[in-house]
Ligand binder design. Structure first.
Ligand code: 5RP
Length: 223
């Protein structure tokens, strides 16, 4: 199976976690796009969605799924999202699609985080994938030096030759060269740095379940 087919498989499998009549938390990315497409097939059985990005909102609305503001919904039963890396404890690196801040917000208001990923995303230790960090632009240079002191190398993410601007009007640093052996401690520390909006390590908002697309079908990991 191709990676795209594995993404389709887990996107469809995630429908099993959608409660009839509920508002569903929806992440961002190519795997989630498969989930959104599958969700359109059962849209008459749900109340709608809370979305983690402008891109997902547009896709949901184009398929006729009502999108609610996160602030107008107290709690969600389930949040479905992809990951750039996930380890055997359910800790993740996220933000490859630059939506990490809103993803963490929606995940935090959800009772269950279901991660959907192809098997290439499962790792022993987080950090092979550069950690995305959303930052306030005036702090970016100082934050780069702070990562350098930890042994990391932070580069400003660009789009069409200019700094990428997130849905929140901020920039993204991608930090390579880190081996994140203690995700909770790492997330706590980096979150304290002035100018950091969100670090793309999801340890406090880790996955409860991962639907992993493999050559032999969908494997369910429960954390
Ligand atoms: C977006 C994310 C995505 O979940 C992550 O980048 C995985 O994306 P894809 O499903 O396209 O591989 O965190 O900010």
């Amino acid at each position: 199976m191709t990676q795209d087919e594995l993404k389709t498989l887990v996107g469809q499998a995630a429908l099993a976690y959608v409660e009839p009549g509920s508002i569903v938390g929806v992440g961002t990315g190519s795997t989630v796009n498969k989930f959104i497409d599958a969700l359109a097939g059962i849209k008459d059985t749900i109340a709608g969605a809370v979305s983690s990005s402008v891109a997902s909102t547009e896709r949901l609305q184009a398929l006729g799924i009502q999108v609610f503001e996160a602030a107008d919904v107290e709690e969600l039963a389930v949040y479905i999202d992809g990951a750039d890396e996930i380890d055997r404890a359910g800790y993740m690196i996220k933000g490859g699609g630059a939506a990490l801040t809103r993803e963490k917000i929606v995940a935090a208001q959800s009772r269950k985080f279901v991660c959907i990923a192809d098997e290439s995303k499962l790792v022993q230790t987080l950090g092979g994938y550069p950690v995305p960090v959303e930052v306030i632009p005036m702090a970016a240079q100082r934050i780069r030096r702070q990562f350098a002191a930890l042994g990391g190398s932070a580069t400003l993410r660009l789009k069409n030759g200019a700094p990428l601007v997130t849905d929140n009007g901020q920039h993204i640093l991608d930090v390579s060269g880190l081996k994140i052996t203690e995700p909770l401690a790492f997330e706590s520390e980096v979150n304290q740095w002035p100018g950091v909006v969100t670090v793309g390590v999801f340890a406090f908002q880790k996955a409860h379940v991962c639907l992993l697309g493999t050559e032999v079908g969908v494997k369910t990991l429960v954390f």
